[in-house]
Design a protein. Structure first.
Length: 527
């Protein structure tokens, strides 16, 4: 009788014109794997985007407007300039069926501030989280913070009971090989849950039946299969053959034939991510260099010579095939603090570069270690190869070594690279995120957490610390721009370009392209 009743109901719905939702798998790929499933361990954009399918934050960005909207919190209000009160959504359950409570939120925000966390940049300004009752949490600040809600879009919530049971009270330390249960396992409140993860091979997510948002969800995807494929040609072949539905980072050289394929479509957009080179400005002597007893990279003239030795227009035209926006700024145009002035680059000028090296005492140039990822950014290895060849023409002999993401990032965070490549997206769309992480002296609370060249400038530290609590927006914007200009003037880093991101997919796939280069799992449809 039960089967008959189901068939009758289905027939009645069809007669009324209601189209049944057809469950679909979504198979996708990009060059690298996520570094961890631990939501407070490695602040990595690809990983953060995947985590958002399984774990949720109190607030999140709307994928079309990029305005902060409710997620696990339904509302919030300012009790005082240093106290923000969040009301939690009722009826939310983790994928094991246990309820979300204020205890989980307090625990998770504290976990994000732990010694081993790489998410302190998102907890900037937070003193502590306090439980008011089971459905209310107060976030107490050390001072006013005008971008707190933007920061909190990346602070996802973990079950306290699950973490306690599985000895994962602190995040995995990415600088070591030690693992916690939360590194390879996950349990959140999001629309999907982890079925299996074989690092560098396959991640399978399946529908979380306990997700609170299914009633209003747009997506018809019930299974997500992610396969990292390092080879550009193999990724494209997988899309053309139908093995995958979507490629996050198609190679620029293959875009023409993909655009011409009637079964595929390509979506383009400027990402809020800037690719740049960092330099060790701390050591008194660089390992592996032929310069003994001093560090050439401490000299502004040397850093500027390296900058002016890079022909960024050739990299844009040849290496990136137009899929880049050359810049002299540390942030993209969508980010608060950006101006045309800070966007202006030092000109490519090999003769000026040679003169600067001679003035600095290196007329014959020097040897230096140069480390790059080979599966993180668009054409990352190819960019570094091009830069190496350009530097050779001014006498700097860079000894290039490349590594996959999973080993590259822990290596540079152990300060084991003299010159290195990084790409920095800005989830808060505010330059403080970049200045604090990349140019502030290494300290606590996210200060300098990716300043792996250990650049130090007293004025920069002062400017960054002022920005953290400045609530007068015109003053704050001037400080943001001052910090970005100071980074340019002192060549703290060498900006290269902002990425232009193409997404390639089957015609049957519907997604919303986002400036942070991540998929919104709630909006994907496979027709």
């Amino acid at each position: 009788m039960k089967l008959k009743f189901t068939l009758v109901c289905s027939a009645a719905l069809l007669a009324l014109g209601a189209a049944p939702v057809v469950a679909k798998p979504f198979k996708w790929s990009s060059a690298s794997d996520i570094p961890t499933l631990d939501i407070h361990s490695q602040n990595n954009a690809l990983g953060n985007g995947v985590h958002a399918a399984v774990y949720e934050s109190l607030v999140y960005y709307n994928s079309k407007t990029f305005k902060v909207e409710p997620q696990l919190a339904t509302s919030w209000r300012e009790v005082s300039p240093t106290q923000l009160r969040f009301t939690l959504r009722s009826g939310v359950k983790f994928s094991d069926g246990s309820p979300l409570t204020a205890d989980d939120v307090v625990f998770s925000l504290g976990r994000a501030m732990a010694r081993t966390s790489n998410y302190a940049v998102y907890t900037q300004g937070i003193d502590r989280a306090v439980k008011v009752n089971d459905t209310t949490v107060d976030v107490m600040l050390r001072g006013p913070n005008p971008v707190l809600l933007n920061q909190m879009t990346e602070l996802r919530i973990m079950s306290k009971a699950w973490a306690e049971k599985n000895k994962s009270l602190e995040p995995k330390d990415i600088r070591t090989k030690d693992e916690t249960f939360a590194h390879r396992n996950a349990m959140g409140t999001g629309p999907y849950m982890v079925q299996s993860w074989q690092p560098d091979q396959k991640l399978v997510l399946v529908k979380n039946p306990n997700w609170w948002g299914w009633k209003d969800a747009v997506t018809n995807v019930t299974e997500i299969v992610y396969t990292p494929i390092k080879s550009e040609a193999t990724r494209v072949a997988a899309l053309l053959s139908g093995e995958v539905d979507f490629v996050l980072d198609p190679s620029p050289q293959d875009l023409g034939r993909m655009r011409a394929n009637a079964n595929l479509k390509v979506m383009d957009g400027v990402e809020n991510r800037t690719i740049f080179l960092g330099m060790d400005q701390h050591r008194d002597e660089l390992p592996g260099s032929n310069v003994k007893g001093k560090n050439p990279l401490k000299d502004l003239r040397v850093r500027k010579a390296l900058y002016q030795g890079i022909d960024i227009d050739t990299i844009q035209r040849v290496t990136m095939r137009g899929l880049s926006q050359p810049t002299g700024a540390l942030v993209a145009p969508q980010v608060a603090g950006w101006t045309e002035a800070v966007h202006r680059r030092f000109p490519f000028d090999p003769e000026a570069a040679k003169k600067l090296l001679t003035e600095a005492g290196y007329p014959q140039g020097f040897e230096v270690d140069f480390a790059c990822p080979n599966n993180r950014y668009i054409n990352d290895e190819e960019i570094c190869q091009a830069v190496t060849a350009m530097w050779a023409k001014i006498g700097v002999r860079a000894k290039l070594r490349t590594q996959p993401l999973v080993t590259y990032f822990p290596m540079i965070q152990r300060y084991e690279a003299s010159i290195y490549m990084l790409g920095w997206g800005v989830p808060t769309f505010d330059a403080l995120y970049s200045l604090q992480s990349l140019t502030r002296s290494v300290g606590t609370g996210g200060d300098g957490n990716y300043n792996v060249g250990r650049y130090k400038n007293e004025r920069m530290d002062y400017v960054v610390d002022r920005i953290k609590t400045e609530t007068d927006l015109p003053v704050r914007n001037r400080l943001l721009t001052e910090g970005l200009q100071l980074q340019n003037d002192t060549v703290a880093h060498i900006p290269l370009h902002n990425q232009i991101i193409p997404w390639a997919m089957k015609k049957s796939v519907e997604v919303v392209h986002r400036a942070d280069n991540r998929l919104d799992w709630r909006l994907i449809k496979v027709n």
